[in-house]
Design a protein around this ligand. Sequence first.
Ligand code: TA6
Length: 277
Amino acid sequence: MITHKKKANGFEYIHVKNSVAEAKIALQGAHIFAYTTQEDLLWLSETSAFASDEAIRGGIPLCWPAFGTNNPQLPQHGFARTSSFELFHTEETQADTTMLTLRLCDNEQTHLLWDYSFELMLHITISDTLKLALTTTNKDTKAFTLTQAFHTYFAISDIKNIRIAGLENKPYLDALTQKQTVQKGAITFDQEFDAVYQDVDTSIQLLDKNKIIDIQTQGPASCVVWNPWIEKCSRMSAMQADAYRQFVCIESANAYDDFQTLQPQESHTLSVTFTTL
Ligand code: TA6
């Protein structure tokens, strides 16, 4: 079942419910802010604004056409996450699977920020797994370069209980010190952590007390791992003081040196599948 809903302030979102899963997707940013099977996959801040021009804090923000400040002409993480997408296509062929496609095309506002013609489609498959495919098509007459990420906030039991496997021996840029180094062993957390891994493989696992989340990707060769810890958490918008204990971001990306250049009419897809084991 697919239902169009509005929050009290008029903020529009789509509610999906099928035989195995439930999800909520804001039209602003094509932003999945809830996905539940036996339990919630995603963390959502209790103080997140659902307001136009302000990214929802949590869920899966789309960083596009730039990750972070990779393009200084653009807002941090680009403009897709605060842009209004249209619900382009839906499909409910099986009781346990719902497919949606949301689309953003260039417009007057985007040309002021990023003077290219494009089509951006997010294909979402909601079942006992959550599959996302973000496809960019260059509709312009000149090439453009982009960086991008699924900035996924995973709900966890507590930051001290988790570790991340699958990035062992991978090179990474420590965004806090700007030092390039290599990951030794699984990732655990005891302070602020912000790292951009390169040459990543297709499979990463988030290991928590009573669950494993498997992250399978196609298209990216980079992955960002982030937790703000205590001090940065206290300075961030729409974050309660202890929020840093409740989530970790593992962001399948084409970021930094893993940028993508698209010639006219060329497309590129960044795909990810989340499975709770
Ligand atoms: O992906 C990690 C990061 O770039 C952090 O440095 C932090 O800034 C985070 O994204 C959140 O950014 P936002 O713009 O959503 O507040």
